[in-house]
Design a protein. Structure first.
Length: 239
């Protein structure tokens, strides 16, 4: 009696109680598969994210490299442009200097051309008078014109006709002849005889003031060598 009571107090000989699971084993397997699938999906998502991050980093590196190359190219282009600008400025300065030189040369050529035209005009008008050929120093032509009412311009061509002539010299005297108030009038265009020297030819000219009331009729030119009169020639104005 006592033994039985003692076993019950110790739990010996009490009926066994078995706790059964509330879920059946197929359900447990299904839950396990779901957990495994979820873990697999999470691992795959993490892998893809890492792969994308790695690809993005590679793309960024490639973009940085491209931008560096573009910056280097732009820098080279900028340097070339600056060099071209400097060259253009130098060329502009050189062009300006050349332009100034060309302008000066053109003006010089225009002056020479004007002088040549004057010489041509002079020689065309001073055509030697027929029948006046000879040797030694002689007056070949005389030309005169009235400028306005108070001036007369005269031009004389003196020549030596011999081949390879020696240098010669002489004096020229110019007289203006005309009328004033119906009376004869004359005036020396050269206050003193004008000296000259020549080898082949020489051109002499002058501008003489005359009274407005005087009508100039002719210009008389005398050629002197020392005290010897070597020639006289007259230019007559048209009436």
């Amino acid at each position: 009696m006592r033994w039985r009571r003692f076993k019950r107090q110790l739990g010996i000989g009490t009926p066994r109680v078995e706790v059964a699971s509330a879920l059946a084993w197929p359900v447990r397997w299904l839950l396990g598969l779901l957990v495994l699938a979820l873990a697999t999906a999470m691992a795959l998502w993490a892998f893809q994210q890492g792969k994308q991050s790695a690809g993005l980093e590679m793309n960024l590196q490639a973009e940085v490299q491209r931008l560096r190359e573009l910056a280097a190219t732009q820098g080279l282009a900028l340097e070339q442009a600056q060099t071209a600008i400097s060259t253009s400025k130098s060329q502009a300065v050189a062009f300006a200097a050349e332009k100034d030189e060309l302008v000066a040369q053109i003006r010089r050529l225009e002056g020479e051309n004007q002088s040549l035209r004057a010489d041509l005009d002079f020689f065309e008008r001073l055509i030697p008078t027929p029948g006046r050929s000879g040797r030694g120093v002689q007056i070949r032509s005389v030309f005169a014109e009235r400028l306005g009412q108070v001036q007369v311009r005269w031009q004389v061509l003196v020549m030596q006709t011999a081949r390879n002539p020696e240098a010669a010299s002489g004096d020229l005297e110019v007289l203006l002849m005309g009328k004033k108030a119906g009376k004869a009038w004359s005036m020396s265009a050269t206050i003193e005889r004008r000296p000259f020297s020549l080898v082949q030819y020489v051109r002499l000219e002058g501008l003489v003031p005359v009274p407005a009331e005087v009508t100039i009729q002719s210009v008389v030119v005398k050629l002197w060598q020392g005290n010897a009169l070597r020639g006289t020639q007259t230019f007559n104005f048209e009436s």
